[in-house]
Design a protein around this ligand. Sequence first.
Ligand code: NIG
Ligand code: FE
Length: 377
Amino acid sequence: MTVLYTGIAELVTHDPELGVLTDAAFVTAEDMILWVGPASAAPAADERVFLGERAVVPGFVDSHAHLVFAGDRSAEFAARMAGRPYDGGGIASTMAATRAATDAELRALVTARVAEMRAQGTTTVEIKSGYGLSVVDEARALAIAVEVTPETTFLGAHVVPPGIDRADYVELVTGDMLAACAPHARWIDVFCEPASKHAFDGDEARTVLTAGRAAGLELRVHGNQLGHGPGVTLAVELGAASVDHCTYLAPSDVDALAGGDTVATLLPGVEFSTRSPYPDARRLIDAGVTVALATDCNPGTCYSSSMPFMIALAVREMGMTVAEALWAATAGGAQALRRTDIGVLAPGKRADFTVLDAPSHLHLAYRPGVPLVVGAP
Ligand code: NIG
Ligand code: FE
């Protein structure tokens, strides 16, 4: 069945030929886009839907989220606002709560968080493990995640859990844990952060990523969040799809990103919620680096599931234009997940869009905190 959508004050396509259309229309067949153009030239279809003179944008692609967790760390957030720095040490408390939760409890928590994201216009979400940190608990986190998204990431190398030697843990992650988790995961990730005594250094990260690739997983990296380090250059060298955070970048990191295929995914909710300096998006974009935006939704550094909030922060705090931020939150996220079917509204792409109760996409940053998303298909 074909559907003609009209009543579109502004359609942001992210297609180089189509650009941004005003008074636009598009036609879908099942979940694919067949036609996009001016309303005056729209072809007939089986059904017609009037969108009320609103803006339509590609569905948000949240390419970085940690949704499989139990417990509450609001007190840690409050302590941070009072001056205590973040170092990743709180992950162990989430690990304990997550291990203690039943499968049904974890599934309900993940389902509720995904619904919260959808209500804010996110149509694609990546979900990481990383709060189980044992063979059984990492595997069940991924088994639950893969029920709601194909974009699942094995993050056994989040931190070294208490009570185990570092080298032994890296051996476990790259051995039995990887074997148990790989069937439920598309990606492998590592928290490469020598500045944190809980996370992994460059050599350990290389070991984890290389083992993951040998097991058939594609690569992504948490890098350069808390300080300068090897995460960004390692990600580019190994051809990771994305390196995420990129808060502390040396000139050589920017050069490496500009010369490689790895997307720099910025997570401004983390800087907001840890009261840290924001990454320099302008410097990256001006150097020709592909930039994505994501929430990093997690109980420690950013418990926000809102892509519109990330767009507003990127514009207000990171020197991005609204158009750049929207691109990064949609087409950029798609590239960070190596997806060519989403992030762009054009014939042959998925009918994966979000309707805003606003006349233009500018309102995403102009009206921060206001729930503008009317719906996603
Ligand atoms: O992406 N940096 C590492 N991991 C998460 C935070 C995890 C936590 O504190 O619970 C992040 O920011
Ligand atoms: Fe993260």
